[in-house]
Design a binder for this molecule. Sequence first.
Ligand code: ADP
Length: 880
Amino acid sequence: MFKFLENRIDKTKKYSYLLEKIRNIDFNLKKLSAKELKEQTNRLKSLLNNGYSLEAILPEAFATVKEATKRALGIEMFDVQILGGIALHEGKIAEMKTGEGKTLVSILPAYLNCLNRPGVHIVTVNDYLAKRDAEWVTEVYNLLDIRVGLIQQDMHTKDRQKNYNCDVIYLTNSELGFDYLRDNMAIDTNNVVQKTFSFAIIDEVDSILIDEARTPLIISGPSETKSTKYKKATELANVLKNTMHYEIDEKNRNITLTDNGIIYCETFLKTANLYNIQDPWAQYILNALKAKELFLRNRHYILRGEEIVIVDEFTGRIMNGRRWSDGLHQAIESKEYLPIQKENKTLASITYQNLFLLYEKLSGMTGTAKTEETELDKIYNLAVITIPTNKQCIRKDFFDLVYKTEFSKWQAVAQECFLMNKKGRPVLVGTTNIEKSEMLAKMLEAYKLKYNLLNARPKNVNKEAEIIAQAGRKYALTISTNMAGRGTDIILGGNAKAMTKLIIISFIKNKTDYKNKRQLTSNILNQKIVNILDEYKNKIEIRSAINENLEAYLYKIITNKNLTNIQEIYLNEFYSKILKELKIILEKEKREVIKLGGLHVIGTERHESRRIDNQLKGRAGRQGDPGSSRFFLSLDDQLLRIFGGDKIKQVMQNLDIDDNTPIESTILNKSLDNAQKKVESYFYDIRKQLFEYDAVINTQRQAIYSERKKILETKFIRNCLIEYGQSTINEILSTSSNNDIVQYKTFERICKLFNIPLSLKIEKEDLLNVNTLKLFLYEQLYITYDLKEAYLEQLKPGLTRQLEKYYLLEQIDQAWQEHIERMSVLRETINWRSYGQQDPLIEYKNEAFNLFLDMTSYIRQTVVYLMMRSRLITNLNKNS
Ligand code: ADP
């Protein structure tokens, strides 16, 4: 085994020494008692305290996890899993195929790293996976005295805090992001939930860092709506003329104003600059034009009462409750003469890119990352290491077949399903959207084939576990959209454990009806299983409370070795008996399926990235199983039409073949790969640009958040306000004058701002000497502040500190929110305002910097201003 690995991987060869060492230590650990194994954690911690590095204790820490996994789950980790763990510890991306056991791999680096930095985050794509993984491996951590936390969407603050306080925390990327944003909006340290950002291991890392990188996480709240602006813009859009005043770019669904158009608008609106950040018009006009030209009633949206309801372009489904952002929805409401709904204002936002860059160390795992190696390296500084499979992958990936028309392609797909199904081979067909999955389903009905459909329609989503558990069975034919791609493991012959659970759940939910043929699992109920069901029919009583979360309850029962309650013991027995019978049936079926060639995967379109195609292919041929894949394409496919159809069309024409004959050639596959690479790099550029622009606001966000955090955590913040006052004085005095009248006006302005009595006498020469004036004003600031403090303390002891914190946080938050809005207007319009050779990014950076300075100086001034004017305690109550 070891030799086999060494021969196959060059890059990982250097790790052979480590593997050997881990194996030797593991051998010795086997002799330890449970107590001694637990003691390992303290032992390793003390080694770290005595100056050993994480690298030095890695072999022993990994061996300890390996032994604990063996004892807790009965699973012996493979060498390739250890290699994956090393790559993760080194802050890399471990590319490991589906079914190679990544969930266990992540325990290795998580354990090692939490020894000196508790709070390792293991990040997954959804709540279900986070929970499933955490529950599955908790026992391993328990044996090692490591506390495991789990964050779920519906958790309250206190529970979140408790869980974030653990050594290793399982959570989703979106909970992580929202908690980060919410923490930075907290007005009390008691509401802060997160601790540190030391080390994150991201599962399905490509999905999170690449697919989701295009849309930021946003926390929003309602804000004022400027309905008059929308109406005026609509009025204006109605008189503007295409090509003369504006140009339409249909491919990118964008509209740009011509120079003529800009002049016309500025005259119409009587404004000097459409792009003025303080009073922006451009966005309103462009949205009104988009509403006029690109968003059509009964195609992109429908009217329902006084509401604009979006229609999903791909599926044709109505998207209830969704609204287009950045004022577009309001522009359409205005076009349709409907009441204009409230805008949603961004209160805080962050992209995943920047969120994950907060970590001191980052790593990730996925089945598919190599194709996006450059991006992962350039943006996140993450190298991709391909870890070999435990058993060699023997899946056969056939060349793509290309048809002239979409119709002939789908016919061929149906035909292939038919042929495979006739033999009994399980088939998984991947489609790009709901509509297509349903169309294929209809075609298969014509062939009288039985299939299972998995797509985003709620009635199908609920059956996901059932469908996937059986997708590897003989004759199984599964049609699935992309959604079924992640976190699913198709086992040849069927997944005995998952199916046992399904049978039990349906039995408990509907005791009298458990032989019902409508259940997908019903065809497995042979006489032996039916006998078991009959036997337990009267034994098992499930109270209605448990019914609600039957799956979790069942999980608890089957993993608990020390049950005492008789009902639970029955249930456990019941589970084991059915599992035993099912295993016999499914093992036999597995052997048959293997003989037939394993799972066959059919792709019906190439995606925008090879990575997504590889994911689909990867469903077949797991852990050395046989399997195959084939993609069916047509010249009408989007990828071929937009990126490289001509060349391929030419080849097809030259060959002069009919519609139903596909071509399968290496030349064609090369052009297809190139077309796909073009799309990949197109999207990469978009993400890169987003990243570059986002980096600007990210630096600002970090500065603001760190100032905010300092304020939140400081008890005595008087100095901060005094500093703000001094800076404001310096700023205002920086434009000093030699003229005593002008200078007096400045003096007066500062006094008014800080509520310093104007009756103060000041000599003319002091007024003209900036330094003296500055010191004088500083002094007056201290005195006025002290007086204010004495006044407030007399009203209520402690009130000053309370008010200071309140004003500081309130003003920072408000100013930051307004700043985000200005920045988004700036971003929208920057390409417009740059002329000549100037790089818009540089201009954006400069402008953003100025806006930021304005904001900080505004915050400083306002906070001191408000503080100096606080009078009545009732005001505070009202405000807070
Ligand atoms: P991945 O995320 O890589 O697709 P999972 O972590 O979901 O894989 O594991 C897939 C299956 O492989 C699980 O059922 C798990 O129990 C099993 N598994 C993992 N590691 C091993 C191992 N070393 N030996 C046997 N089975 C394993």
